[in-house]
Design a binder for this molecule. Structure first.
Ligand code: PTJ
Length: 252
């Protein structure tokens, strides 16, 4: 669909189109479109902008990723359709790998996503043909992870997640950074750091924060994560929604 730049909701429609194209190219799952709709609803509620609570979470996440020994970026169908280039840039910056890990798993879809990454940046992908490790605590196909990827990672970026994997990764002693517009989702509630914002706005900011922190002194960066409180982030996101709705209700 051709979207006119002058359309009042052009950005939102362009994002939708990327997911529809992702579905056609075998990257996004059908359920991925539903997940996006849920995200859109929460984006409306926060006013489709990046708030201070998200900026703080991004800074803390950047510090965690920069200081990690084995960071890994976990990509799924929605993330691949929306921000694959940004994932590749971040992997280059952090000298780490991208691992495809799907909830609605099919090898065909894994191959389609891996193909896109390999064509753009062959070095950053840890391919699904590598040795796997099963995380028995996870009920879905997501329990199969790569031994040299998520298996040995200490910090995992897992955006647009569905819940049980986040909990399992935490029990394995890993730190989890997620991006989720829904502050009430299970992953948002459990993750070490939850960036409550749209992944399309988050990735450029996260890349910039990582670049900045790689240039700065370590002691200064340590403060960002040690003083970070994820419960406060979630509370601030919920307060932001409730305050906005109250304000809007008074002018209707
Ligand atoms: O590609 P697959 O098979 O791994 O499947 C990916 C989905 C996203 C379908 C799968 O992980 C899933 O079902 O996830 P959930 O449980 O629907 O959770 C996705 C979360 O991401 C929801 O809380 C949404 O609100 C949120 N979300 C959706 N789009 C965005 C988003 N958060 C940030 N940015 C978005 N653009």
């Amino acid at each position: 669909m051709k979207i006119s730049k002058s359309h009042p909701r052009a950005v939102s429609l362009q994002i939708r189109e990327k997911l529809v194209k992702g579905l056609k190219n075998g990257i996004t799952s059908q359920a991925g479109l539903l997940a996006h709709g849920r995200g859109e609803a929460f984006d409306y509620l926060i006013g489709e902008k990046t708030h201070l609570f998200a900026h703080k979470a991004i800074e803390a996440a950047a510090q965690l990723l920069v200081q990690a020994h084995h960071p890994i970026l976990s990509i799924n169908g929605n993330t691949a359709a929306l921000v694959v280039d940004e994932f590749i840039t971040l992997a280059h910056l952090l000298h780490c790998n991208i691992e495809v890990n799907l909830f609605h798993h099919s090898q065909k879809r894994v191959n389609s996503i891996e193909k896109v990454i390999k064509e753009k940046a062959p070095g950053v992908l840890i391919p699904s043909t590598n040795k796997k490790k099963r995380f028995r605590a996870i009920a879905s196909a997501r329990n199969l992870m790569l031994k040299e990827g998520i298996g040995k990672a200490d910090v995992v970026l897992v955006p647009l997640e569905d819940g049980d994997r986040c909990e399992a990764l935490l029990t394995k002693g890993k730190k989890v950074v997620t991006v989720d517009l829904n502050p009430l989702s299970r992953t948002a509630q459990k993750a070490t750091i939850t960036i409550v914002d749209n992944i399309t706005r988050v990735m450029p900011l996260l890349i910039a924060a990582v670049r900045k922190q790689q240039k700065e002194k370590e002691e200064k960066n340590n403060m960002l994560f040690t003083s970070y409180d994820n419960k406060k982030t979630l509370a601030d996101a919920l307060l932001c929604i409730s305050t906005r709705l109250n304000t809007l209700a008074t002018v209707v």
